[in-house]
Ligand binder design. Structure first.
Ligand code: ATR
Length: 279
C-alpha cells in the first residue's frame, strides 16, 4: 500500500521554546506545494526516550531536537559523522526503518558562508572564537572544507585544548589574549561565543587587523547585525550572519523529511526577520 497521509515532522524540546523552525518549514511546504506539516512537541526529559522510539507510530517521518534532548537523541539513533563529531544530534529521520541522526549546524554554517561570503574557503587559516557546542560544528565544517589551520581561542583554555585533541593537529588552541596577534593571518574569523548577543558583554575584536578580503562570520543573531558584523561591513569585508546559519541549517532536515531540497530565499529571510523583530 502506498503512503498517502501528509508527511508530518516536529520539533521536540522542553520547555517547547519559541522556535522559528515551524515558520521556516511551513514556508517551504507552502511555497513548494507539498502537503505536510511541522509541529512543536513539548516532551519532558523523562518521556523523551519513549517519544523518540515511537516517533513513527505517532505519525512522524522525522524531527528536529533541541535543548535539552540533543545528546540523548544522538544516543538513541544511528548518528552520522557530523553528529558524532559535534556530540549532539538536532535532526532525526528514518532510513529503511532505522532511526538516523545528523547535526545540521555543520551544513548551516558552511551553506551560509558559501551563500553570503563566496570565496571564503580560499583562505588557509581561520580564527575561531569559542569552544562550546557551536564551535564543534564550525570546526568540523572548516576542516571538512579543507581549511589547513584553525586557531581556536576560548576564555577557558582547557576547553579549546580538549577540542584540539578531538579534531587533530590542524586545530591550534591559543590563549584568548593572542587574538589580536592572530587576526592579520586569519582569512576567516568566526565568533561562536555569546559575546555581542543582546544582554551579553561585547566582543572586543579589532577587525581592522584582519587582512583585506577576509570573511567574518558571527553565529549570534540577536541582534541581527552584531557590532562585529557592522565593523566588518564598514571595512567592506565579506560577512555571514547568525540568521543565515539558522535558515541554512533547516535545509537538510526538510529535504530528508519531505523529499525536496528547499532554497533560502530573501522572502524567507524577511519573514523570519520580521518574527524576530516582533519578539
Ligand atoms: P554553544 O553550544 O552555543 O557553543 P556553550 O557551550 O555554552 O554554547 O559555549 C559558549 C561559548 O561562549 C564558550 O566558548 C564560552 O567560553 P567558556 O568556555 O570560557 O565558558 C563563551 N563565552 C561565554 N561568555 C563569555 C565571556 N564573557 N567571555 C568570553 N567567552 C565567553
Amino acid at each position: 500500500m502506498t503512503e498517502t497521509r501528509p508527511r508530518l515532522a516536529c520539533l521536540i524540546g522542553w520547555p517547547a521554546a519559541h522556535s522559528r523552525s515551524p515558520l521556516i518549514h511551513r514556508y517551504w511546504l507552502r511555497t513548494l506545494g507539498i502537503e505536510g506539516g511541522y509541529v512543536i512537541e513539548a516532551v519532558p526529559p523523562d518521556d523523551f526516550r519513549d517519544f523518540v522510539l515511537r516517533l513513527s507510530p505517532r505519525g512522524f517521518v522525522g524531527a528536529n531536537v533541541t535543548i535539552p534532548h540533543k545528546e540523548r537523541a544522538l544516543a538513541l539513533s544511528k548518528p552520522d559523522a557530523r553528529a558524532q563529531a559535534v556530540g549532539a544530534a538536532n535532526t532525526l529521520w528514518f532510513e529503511n526503518g532505522e532511526l538516523c541522526s545528523t547535526n545540521t549546524d555543520v551544513e548551516g554554517f558552511i551553506g551560509n558562508l558559501d551563500a553570503s561570503a563566496p570565496g571564503w574557503d580560499g583562505s588557509e587559516e581561520a580564527l575561531v572564537l569559542g569552544a562550546g557546542g557551536a564551535s564543534r560544528a564550525v570546526l568540523f565544517g572548516l576542516l571538512d572544507r579543507g581549511i589547513k589551520r584553525v586557531h581556536l581561542a576560548n576564555r577557558t583554555s582547557e576547553r579549546a585544548e580538549g577540542l584540539a585533541k578531538q579534531f587533530g593537529e590542524k586545530v591550534h588552541p591559543v590563549a584568548w589574549e593572542q587574538i589580536g596577534e592572530l587576526l592579520p593571518r586569519a582569512g576567516l574569523l568566526v565568533n561562536t561565543t555569546s559575546l555581542g548577543m543582546h544582554g551579553q558583554p561585547s566582543l572586543e575584536v579589532d577587525v581592522g587587523k584582519l587582512p583585506s578580503g577576509a570573511a567574518v562570520a558571527d553565529l549570534v543573531y540577536v541582534p541581527l547585525e552584531t557590532p562585529l558584523l557592522k565593523a566588518a561591513k564598514a571595512r567592506r569585508l565579506k560577512t555571514a550572519d547568525g540568521l543565515g546559519m539558522l535558515l541554512h541549517q533547516a535545509v537538510r532536515g526538510f529535504e530528508l523529511w519531505f523529499g525536496a531540497r528547499p532554497q533560502v530565499t530573501a522572502e524567507l529571510r524577511a519573514l523570519v526577520e520580521a518574527d524576530l523583530t516582533a519578539a
